[in-house]
Ligand binder design. Structure first.
Ligand code: SAM
Length: 257
C-alpha cells in the first residue's frame, strides 16, 4: 500500500493543451531554418518535443490559488509553536504509516513532516520528498546528513509535474497537480490532504492558504478521487484521505480544464 500526503492545489494541464503548445514551438523553429537543414532533419529520426509548461493557474474551481511560500520562510516552518498549533505527532498517528511503505511528501519544504514520517516506514520503505524550490531540498539534505535517517529521496518537481513514476506511491502528502498525483498512486494508494480550515475564522492563516472541506471534495472528485476517511481533531487543519475512484473516466478529467 502506498500513501502520499500534501496540501494539493489542483492544476493539471490537459494533454491536448500541451500538444498545441509543442506544435507552435516547432513552427517557430522551422521558419528559422534553411531548406537544406530541413531536408537533413527530415532524414533523421524525429526526437520527441519537450512540452512547454502551461501558465500556472491563479484560480481553480472557484478557489484562489496561493502563491508559493518562499524558502525564506524555513524558520517559520520550524517554529516551536507549531507543535501546539498543528500537533504533528497526532497527524502522524492518523496517517497509519507502516514498514515498507513508499510515502510521497508533496511540497515537502525542508522536511518538517518527512523527517517524522521516515522512521515509521523503516529502512525497507522510503519517503519521496518533492518540492519545486531547490533551496528547500538542499536544506532537507543538509539536515539529513546530521541525522541517522537515510530513507528520504529528494525530487525536484515542477509546478505542473511532481516527476513521480506511475503507480509508485502508497501514500501522498499533497499540492497543485492532482491528476499527476493520481497517476503516481498504487491501486490501493491514498492521498492525505492536510489543509487549514477555511470554515473556521479563528484559524489565524490568510484565506488563500486555507481550504474548506466542500472545496477539497469538489476538486478531488473532479480529478478522479473519492473521500475514504476524515480526521477533524487537529487544532487548525482538516485531514482528508482520498483514494482513486476507479469509475472515473479520462473524459471527465479532460473536461475539468
Ligand atoms: C507552506 S510550505 C510547507 C512545507 C512542508 N510541507 C511543511 O509542512 O513544513 C509549501 C511547500 O510546497 C512547495 N510547493 C508549492 N507548489 C508545489 C508543487 N506544485 N509541487 C511541489 N511542491 C510545491 C513550496 O515550494 C513549499 O516548499
Amino acid at each position: 500500500m502506498s500513501i502520499q500526503t500534501l496540501s494539493l492545489r489542483s492544476h493539471a494541464p490537459s494533454r491536448c493543451y500541451q500538444a498545441i503548445i509543442a506544435l507552435m514551438t516547432l513552427a517557430c523553429w522551422l521558419t528559422a531554418l534553411d531548406a537544406m537543414t530541413i531536408t537533413a532533419m527530415a532524414q533523421q529520426e524525429a526526437k520527441p518535443q519537450k512540452p512547454t509548461p502551461p501558465k500556472p493557474l491563479t484560480t481553480y474551481m472557484g478557489r484562489r490559488i496561493a502563491l508559493t511560500m518562499s524558502y525564506h520562510g524555513i524558520p517559520w516552518l520550524n517554529r516551536s509553536e507549531r507543535i501546539d498549533e498543528e500537533r504533528p505527532a497526532e497527524l502522524l498517528e492518523q496517517l497509519q504509516l507502516k514498514d515498507g511503505m513508499v510515502v510521497c511528501d508533496m511540497g515537502c519544504g525542508d522536511g518538517y513532516h518527512a523527517f517524522q514520517m521516515a522512521p515509521k516506514v523503516g529502512p525497507s520503505g522510503k519517503i519521496i520528498a518533492v518540492d519545486i524550490q531547490p533551496e528547500m531540498l538542499q536544506e532537507l539534505s543538509r539536515k539529513m546528513k546530521q541525522t541517522e535517517i537515510h530513507n528520504i529521496d529528494t525530487v525536484l518537481g515542477e509546478l505542473w509535474d511532481p516527476k513521480l513514476d506511475p503507480e509508485s506511491v502508497d501514500f501522498a502528502y499533497p499540492v497543485q497537480m492532482l491528476s499527476a498525483i493520481r497517476k503516481s498512486l498504487k491501486t490501493d494508494g491514498m492521498v492525505a490532504l492536510v489543509e487549514f480550515r477555511a470554515e473556521d475564522p479563528t484559524v489565524p492563516i490568510k484565506p488563500e492558504h486555507k481550504m474548506s472541506k466542500a472545496q477539497a471534495k469538489k476538486e478531488f472528485k473532479k480529478n478522479g478521487f473519492k473521500l475514504v476517511r476524515e480526521y477533524d481533531k487537529l487544532p487548525w487543519q482538516h485531514v482528508m484521505f482520498f483514494a482513486r475512484d476507479e469509475s472515473h473516466t479520462e473524459s471527465e478529467e479532460e473536461s475539468k480544464n
